[in-house]
Design a protein around this ligand. Sequence first.
Ligand SMILES: *[C@@H]1O[C@H](CO)[C@@H](O)[C@H](O)[C@H]1NC(C)=O
Ligand SMILES: *[C@@H]1O[C@H](CO)[C@@H](O)[C@H](O)[C@H]1NC(C)=O
Ligand SMILES: *[C@@H]1O[C@H](CO)[C@@H](O)[C@H](O)[C@H]1NC(C)=O
Ligand SMILES: *[C@@H]1O[C@H](CO)[C@@H](O)[C@H](O)[C@H]1NC(C)=O
Ligand SMILES: *[C@@H]1O[C@H](CO)[C@@H](O)[C@H](O)[C@H]1NC(C)=O
Length: 941
Amino acid sequence: MKVLAITLWVLLFFILKNTKFVVCVGICRENEQRALETLKKEIHNLSDIPSSWIVGKDCCVWEGVVCNNLTRHVIELHLGYVTRHEEIERGMFYYWNEYTYPRINSLEWLPSLSSLENLEMESVDLSKANEWLQVINMLPSLVDLRLYNCSLHHITPLLDYHNFSSLKSLDLSENLNLNSSVPKWVFNLPNLVSLDLNYCNFTGPFPDGPVNLSSLTTFKASGNPFNCRLPKWLFDLNNLEHLELRYGGIEGAIQSKSGNITKLKYLDLFLNNLNSTIPNWLYQCKDLESLFLGRNRLEGTVSSLISNLSSIIRIDLFDNMLSGKLPNVIGKLGKLGDLDLSNNLFEGDISELFNVRSNFLSVGLRNTSFLSTLSLHNNKLTGALPESVGQLSMLEDFTISNNRLEGAVTESHFSKLTHLWYFYASRNNLTLKVSRNWIPSFQATIIKIGGWNIGPLFPMWLRTQKKISEVDISNCGIQGEVPTWFWKLSSQIDFLNISHNQFVGEVPIISIDEQSGFPLMYLASNNFSGQIPLISSNVRELDLSNNSLSKGLSNFLCEAKNGSYELKILNLGGNDLSEEIPDCWMNWPELTVVILRDNNLIGSLPRSMEVLSSLLSLDLRRNRLNGPFPSSLENCTKLHKIDLAENEFIGKLPSWLGMRFPTLIVLILRSNKFDGELPQELCHLKDLQILDLANNTFVGIIPRCIGNLSAMVKGKKEMEDDVEINYSFYYGTLIESAMVTTKGNMYQYDTILALFTSMDMSSNNLSGDIPISVTRLVGLRSFNLSKNNLTGKIPNDIGDMKVLESVDLSENQLYGQIPQSFSSLSTLSYLNLSDNYLSGMIPLSTQLQSFDPTSFQGNKLYGLPLLVNCSSDGNIPNHKHEDEESDKDEVDWFYISMAIGFALSFWGVCGSLLFKRSWRHAYFRFLDRSWEMLLAKLPVC
Ligand SMILES: *[C@@H]1O[C@H](CO)[C@@H](O)[C@H](O)[C@H]1NC(C)=O
Ligand SMILES: *[C@@H]1O[C@H](CO)[C@@H](O)[C@H](O)[C@H]1NC(C)=O
Ligand SMILES: *[C@@H]1O[C@H](CO)[C@@H](O)[C@H](O)[C@H]1NC(C)=O
Ligand SMILES: *[C@@H]1O[C@H](CO)[C@@H](O)[C@H](O)[C@H]1NC(C)=O
Ligand SMILES: *[C@@H]1O[C@H](CO)[C@@H](O)[C@H](O)[C@H]1NC(C)=O
């Protein structure tokens, strides 16, 4: 665009130079001449004033100045052009850093140009010209005012009168600091045709109206924090053709009634919070070419009336909550080039889109389909892929991943797809049925068909794809060895996912061309054996988990010859690796995630791990590692997770553990041989959400400061943070997870990890009482101090911990009554207080009485649900446990989450670019994921 604009300027320059000025020497009016000479003096920071700007020489021949040849008045002033033309002529493109904008501090000379019709000062710094508006308001003939990127920071909200009645075009865009609402006078310009307010930091609301903008055809106001509803008058602007209001926090409805807005060609309301249905009037806009309503919360269906939009080229409705059947458009809308309906709730047969029942398809598609992008990712579409897809000869980007499509996909589905470039179709129940020597008509760069039924034989046709750079054939039921040609092909590959098949054999050296960028290799959950393969230094992510790799890590880690590796993610969990971890980590300084869990590694952690200063996640669970808490981690200060569970670590916890990891979220030291007292410093771990010290031999008291663990106070609820902690370049490929023991079971938390909080110190030798400060942890969900020697009473205010779901204080020596406040723990679904010295009556609440009597046994308690009736006042209500069943009926969605981790999307190309979501969306995401999980559980395809 910029280049085009510049080209046009240059062109204009020649036109002006060659036509206008040659004949008109000496016509400039004297006062206007003086005004322009003043202007010349006012221009700061400009290295070259144009050579034609000579004091005393007729100003009508000055570059950028246009005079009327009859009245001799200056009618146009193109300052932006003038101040930049030298650079343009020298071919310098100054847009970003180096260029300092010319500055004009005073516009007092301007009113002298009383006939000015066209004033353009693009990218001239007017930040010091505070009076700019008042001065410009003295130009009664102004038609076209262009103040793009002029560093304006103040705009007068009210003008006593305004002279802009002839204004047709007003451009104030990219004055990023206007910081006010749009001034009222802007809405009272009856001749205005074009209004551009993009990126001005204008706030809402808009005036209620009525407004006087009856000539307006173009209205742009994207990127302003309006945070208000759409003004009612907006869709009554009969002449509106181009409306751009993206990314403005616009909320509420797109009004269902509009006046006569039938001329609309371009409607862009992308990335707001609109939550209505798509209004019917929109389908009447026969001239509409571009429709961008993506990333809102629109609901309802897409009407079949959409086929009225005979001019439409782009339809973007992605990331809304639209439902119902797919609109039947392909073959009807002959100009349609892009259709993006992904991330909605569309259901029904995918063939709706193609209207196979009518004959339209064969007629309509053959020559007229310009469709180049079709994206239906992440809906609930069913049925078989219609063969007519293969007729979309212009299709380049075809995305149907994450649906419920089933049936066979054959060669004819691709027969004319000669332009296919991106094919995203993972996670459907589709079966590829092509001949063994199929030669596809396309040369794609991205092919993602994870989860399809393809095996048991290797898909030989991949060999024909010479431009391939991303392949996902995970979970496709392919067996046997990976052919040598494929390993060779993979040398040009950026992203390879062949995980969850039944591949055997050794993985050869993974050597990737330097120009392939930073490859990601996912080979997990197969039956690969032998040693860990060597990799080339540019590999970024390597996942070989859950295979049968054996021997030690030495060969792999210590191989580095020249320079160091770029590897960020290393997952070797779930193999048969043995021996000690070698002291070769100095070659791997970029590592952020190291997963070695579930192997047979022995020895202590080597010193060289101290170079891993970027490490975010360390999982060594279930090996036979020993030694004290590894001091080599002292420099890994960015860690989010440390999981050393089920090893043979010994000794006291160092006090620096609490001081060196300010962002630690997960600390799991369960089932080791740690001992000694718990350091006070643990309380400094302000981000800690999961603390698991269970099954060690810690002694002494629980630190009194434990109530300072602020992440357990807040929960993550109030934070506008993403709920997942993503590590992979591909959003969702590797997210942080933690094994958490709660409610008497172990679960894997990943997608909702950021929402969970747990403290487990069970099975130690802790003594003393439960610190009262614990009750400050009002964001804690799971709390387990069982099997210690704790004495004293349960803190009275335990009822303040409103989100507790699981409480286990069993097998201690607690005494006294169960605090009355317990009855306010309405989310409690697991409780074990057994085997203490508790006494008195169990407080009444629907919740407490619904637990099994074993939750209370081994105490001196009475009252329901215990059967022993030793009531002193004989006044125990005798109701049955009505709630017993309802408790079980509740979907335990935390439980469901444990299986989800594997089924994550490799699709998220754009995902990582998208904006952070608040935790409130977690639930919806979770629903998304949970059906993915169901898909992942399908019988191996
Ligand atoms: C003056 O300019 C107008 C267009 O602006 C043009 O049509 C006309 O021929 C010009 N007259 C002279 C005398 O150059
Ligand atoms: C936008 O305006 C608000 C006040 O309305 C101000 O707090 C904020 O800093 C401004 N943003 C920018 C980028 O100037
Ligand atoms: C839509 O959003 C508005 C404002 O945010 C809210 O008042 C209204 O209840 C929402 N409507 C629906 C159907 O969600
Ligand atoms: C729609 O346009 C017609 C004719 O152009 C006019 O008579 C009518 O008043 C307009 N309706 C609205 C609501 O503006
Ligand atoms: C997947 O498709 C196969 C046949 O194509 C069918 O037998 C199987 O039931 C389908 N699975 C599900 C969960 O729909």
